[in-house]
Design a protein around this ligand. Structure first.
Ligand code: PLP
Length: 429
């Protein structure tokens, strides 16, 4: 490539680097980022983009935040990492205590994992080992259609079996059971029809089921689907009736994104096992955690040890930044900010409801979604959005944003206006 405005290393990226869900023989274009500040990404050619993605839900405080930078550099001067087997460190211990205190009451034991997918593997292992500890053979999980729980093999097994990757790996991943996704958007819309298929599954297979897993209130990467808390309360009751564990995956919804600190809080449901990740370090480093109740922890320990231990478990650097990020969140008016995001997204995206190529516009907490009738033409839409100065990554029929909580109204107005204009333009092509 001879484009003078592109950095020389971009050719090396094309030659050697895998990107998410990508081909190396037909690589999709990628935009080189030089730096990021607040809610803006600065491209190598000098252009600045308003970032609507917060780097896949993570960067809730914006980029290059002085408080998080200070926490990282301070910890860096002490130690960046030491192993967690046989050793421990203060940032990891403090983080575990913080997570116990801010998540629903009853979750008391914390496994620090190195990514969301790994925290789901750990959640699944916890459930399986719990039943082994009790001497019961319960090898299966139940999940919701439309769910997304990560890309490792165990996590994939509980992702939506159609739009997940089951077909590619059939025979290699465990076969789980699936209930339809709930369609009740608000508690008032909840009817027995929403929960009846789950009740039937548990009635038929209850004694072989270790746990039910769900993303509470918001199914993220499986389709940005919002559903009501009444379903989760009914699900909790069903799980209790059948003695089945309940796992919540709050990797996307945790740390305020839906307007509550955790979606579990809004639903008024405490799961037996909870995974958090993504915004945990404010987007600085990869870190996730799996929490469980004393009952689950004791059940596992009855027959031995929890069989997991990543090399970078309890990484002090990531934990120090996570502590700073949680403190920063709780010290600020995050509820007002997320509510403000919601109002601005609702106002800004509303005009898309009039477009013929739009099927639905929905906003929940700090999440805004335009759902089109047809999948976006990525090759056209992605560069078009960038030309207009925003970073939003279309996904199938969806154009969605979950901006940093600190985004100003003027930037939100630009972001949503560009989204609506670009979808309108797509409809005319
Ligand atoms: C992103 C995500 C995961 C996977 O986390 P990674 O850190 O990408 O492994 C799992 N569950 C949900 C709900 C997610 O949004």
């Amino acid at each position: 490539m001879s484009d003078q405005t592109q950095p020389p290393w971009l050719d090396l990226d094309h030659a050697h680097v895998w990107h998410p869900y990508a081909s190396v023989t037909e690589p999709a274009p990628v935009f080189p980022v030089e730096s990021a500040e607040g809610v803006r990404l600065r491209l190598a050619d000098g252009r600045e983009l308003i970032d609507g993605m917060a780097s896949w839900w993570c960067a809730i405080h914006g980029y290059n935040h002085p408080t998080l930078n200070a926490a990282a550099t301070e910890q860096l001067d002490r130690m960046s990492h030491v192993m967690f087997g046989g050793l421990t460190n203060e940032p990891a211990t403090r983080l575990a205590e913080r997570l116990v205190s801010i998540t629903p009451t009853g979750l008391e034991h914390v496994f620090l994992a190195d990514s969301g997918s790994v925290s789901i593997e750990v959640a699944i292992k916890m459930a399986l080992q719990y039943w082994q500890g009790r001497g019961e053979h319960r090898p299966r999980l139940v999940s919701l259609r439309g769910g997304y729980h990560g890309d490792t093999l165990g996590a994939m097994s509980v992702c939506d079996p159609v739009n997940g990757m089951h077909r590619l790996f059939s025979g290699l991943i465990p076969e789980q059971l699936f209930a339809p996704r709930p369609e009740c958007r608000r508690d008032e819309d909840f009817t027995d029809a929403d929960i009846a298929p789950m009740r039937e599954l548990l009635a038929t297979h209850g004694d072989e089921i270790a746990a039910v897993i769900a993303e509470p209130l918001v199914q993220g990467a499986g389709g940005m689907h919002f559903y009501c808390g009444a379903y989760l309360r009914a699900l909790r009751r069903l799980c209790d009736e059948h003695g089945v564990l309940l796992i919540f995956d709050e990797i996307a919804t945790g740390f305020g994104r839906t307007g509550s600190l955790f979606a579990s809080d809004a639903a008024g449901v405490t799961p037996d096992i909870l995974s958090v990740g993504k915004a945990l370090t404010g987007g600085y480093m990869t870190l996730a955690a799996t929490l469980c109740t004393p009952d689950v922890a004791r059940g596992i320990s009855a027959r031995g040890v929890l069989m997991h231990g990543p090399t970078f478990m309890g990484n002090p650097l990531a934990c120090a930044v996570a502590n700073a990020s949680i403190d920063l969140l709780l010290a600020g008016p995050w509820q007002e900010r997320v509510a403000g995001l919601g109002r601005a997204l609702e106002r800004g995206l509303a005009p898309a409801r009039e477009l013929a190529n739009v099927r639905d516009v929905r906003v929940f907490g700090g999440i805004g979604v335009i759902e089109m009738h047809e999948p976006a033409d990525m090759a056209w839409m992605q560069p078009r959005l960038v030309e207009r100065g925003v970073w939003v990554r279309p996904f199938g029929r969806l154009l969605y944003v979950m901006p940093a909580y600190v985004m100003e109204d003027s930037d939100l107005d630009t972001l949503t206006r560009v989204m609506v204009e670009t979808v309108a333009e797509a409809g005319e092509r």
